[in-house]
Design a protein around this ligand. Structure first.
Ligand SMILES: *Cc1c(COP(=O)(O)O)cnc(C)c1O
Length: 331
């Protein structure tokens, strides 16, 4: 397995720390909980998309692109990190953002990630709720080409095989860090949305024959849909890292029992988990992704599916900028 044959730019602070959470572990009375601090990737308040963008923006540069275009929800962390990565590479950036009116918070349309998108110099194009984002980005790409630009289109969440290479890198880091700490990792859990993070982790652990299980806590899609999406990308990533056929279907585990009423919509378990992490460990989670994933981990422990004597790693995928657009959820 290797990822060094793919073009890559260095924009993330790597390796991100792997930290023990002793007070949270003790409070829940189950496994020892560790956190992989991918909220600390360093670019414009950090997050998981930065690892993907190291490969995606590198490919854009190889292809001679002058404009990066991507899509997401209004408070997309991916869009904000893309705007920052494009700025670092000296490329124009257009963000097509769907206004889903997710929360009745005045900051939703102007604060949090949107504030940073504009500060980073991206052109923000607002789309009405329900827009077909895949069709919208294709249409914008064609327009830009007609105008003589060379656009590079990044799918939602940066989730394609090239982007997922970033999470093969994260899997490799975890294997190294566990080895130097003398730690056996029984399971990795994380928030899963557009499949790239989980696909990269699964392919990375499979390619290294590490025997580390991964559970993706869905924050939107049904388990069935997301499992398919992860398996498809992971299979293609395995080819890119020269470990074809290493990913099997049983390696893709998705739990969709903590989505609640829908993507971006708060749940009481999410609020409890966000407060618990903050008050036991000073660890800030977000309401859309990592809060729901932590709610899932807490539930797995309370149900006895992870127990004392085991070691679990929670991948903190970021999202802190988005928290500031959802302040009313915690009042
Ligand atoms: C995008 C995102 C995720 C999900 O990653 P995917 O690769 O889309 O599954 C999780 N957490 C945060 C904070 C994110 O921004």
């Amino acid at each position: 397995m290797r990822i060094d044959q793919n073009a890559r730019i260095g924009i993330a602070h790597l390796p991100t720390p792997l930290e023990h959470l002793p007070r949270l572990s003790e409070m829940l009375g189950g496994p020892e909980i560790y956190v992989k601090r991918d909220d600390a990737t360093g670019l414009a308040t950090g997050g998981n998309k930065t690892r993907k963008l190291e490969f995606l923006i590198a490919e854009a540069l190889v292809l001679g692109a002058d404009t990066i275009v991507t899509v997401g929800a209004m408070q997309s962390n991916h869009a904000r990190q893309t705007a920052a990565a494009a700025a670092r590479a000296g490329l124009r950036c257009e963000l097509l953002l769907e206004n889903r009116h997710a929360v009745a918070d005045p900051a939703y349309e102007t604060g949090g990630n949107v504030l940073l998108d504009r500060l980073l110099g991206a052109d923000v194009i607002e789309l009405p709720a329900g827009t077909d984002l895949e069709a919208a980005i294709e249409r914008r790409g064609s327009q830009l080409r007609e105008e003589g630009s060379v656009p590079y289109l990044i799918p939602i969440g940066g989730s394609n095989p090239v982007g997922a290479l970033g999470y093969v890198g994260c899997a490799m880091e975890l294997i190294d860090q566990a080895r130097s700490l003398g730690l056996r990792i029984d399971r990795v859990v994380h928030a899963s949305a557009s499949a790239g993070t989980q696909a990269g982790l699964v392919a990375g652990f499979a390619g290294a024959a590490a025997g580390i299980a991964v559970t993706g806590l869905s924050v939107g899609m049904s388990a069935k849909q997301l499992t398919e999406a992860v398996f498809d990308i992971a299979t293609e990533v395995a080819v890119l890292i020269e470990a074809p056929g290493s990913v099997t279907r049983d390696m893709v585990v998705v739990d969709d029992s903590h989505v609640g009423p829908g993507y971006g919509l708060p749940t009481s378990e999410m609020r409890e988990a966000v407060e618990m992490a903050a008050r036991t460990e000073g660890l800030i989670l977000d309401p859309v992704y990592t809060g729901k994933a932590m709610a899932g981990l807490v539930d797995m422990i309370r149900r006895g599916r992870l127990t004392r004597g085991q070691n679990v790693v929670f991948v903190h995928t970021g999202g802190v900028a988005g928290l500031f657009a959802y302040g009313s959820v915690f009042e």
